[in-house]
Design a protein around this ligand. Sequence first.
Ligand code: 13P
Ligand code: SF4
Length: 320
Amino acid sequence: MTDADKALVEEILRLKRERKAVILAHNYQRGELQDLADFTGDSLGLTQAAARTDAEVIVFCGVHFMAETAAIMNPGKLVLIPDKEAGCSLAAMISGESLRRWKAEHPGAVVVSYINCTADVKAESDYICTSTNALKVVEAIPPDREILFAPDQFLGTWVQQRTGRKMHLWPGYCHVHNRIDTEVIKGLKAEHPAAKFVMHPECGCLTSCMPLADKVLSTEGILNHCRQSPDPEFIVGTEVGILHRLRKESPQKVFFPAAEEAACEFMKLNTLEKLLWSLQDLEYKVIVPEETARKARRAIERMLEISDPGGYAKKTVPVD
Ligand code: 13P
Ligand code: SF4
């Protein structure tokens, strides 16, 4: 880290204390942001951290739907994102309106939405899930209920295969995880025969890559597995920002990215400078209309309760 960056970090930490703020960062953020955050984790861990914090200001180093989730869980608190253009191609693939139309075609179906969706979509959903708890959430739904799963078709396909549960899948995908390719994985495995292949269920090559994978896990699942496993080498099939924590937490191990080009342009929009400006100017505010937040919160709370029964203080809300 340069002296200029060190000075920036010092000023960010000083302002953070002054603002009584907490800094949350996703595992795909730039390394320097992960290092200074109060909590770095996956979508589930970040939602839990946002739901439990007593800080007055939450600065979310991640993408917009993540900051929205923090705002939904914290009515009345100030939630900021350092770059308001930090969107998500997957979340943009379904709108509240298109989900309403899909629901109308399947009256009575239960809607499970991956957390990578807008607040409007969350408000139209019965359950939210992340890649950590998608299996648990779907398994908690009575077997006679029809399920609409949105927006990630690959996570949905993986859940169908693992649970044996038939679902209607929205044809969404992440453009970053779509850059991970089966033939390249085969080549990497041939080049590094001792390396285990760990992949995220968002990967576009899911169907053909799954037989090659030693584990299919969320980002935090990948981190935990690689830290605890005795294996010394891994091929990592997800966004490359995760390599920072992997290498930091297991410096003696070797990590090969499945695709160098699997870098999320949206995640990388947040920088040290923008984080400093965010704390200075209290921008950019992430605001979710009250009624949308109320409905979306029910779907998120159901997920938190299934994911960690009794661990989430608020009561579970039954499905309508
Ligand atoms: P997780 O960190 O929950 O595995 O999510 C991955 C992702 O693509 C977030 O945008
Ligand atoms: Fe969205 Fe994909 Fe970026 Fe995650 S990696 S924020 S799913 S575009």
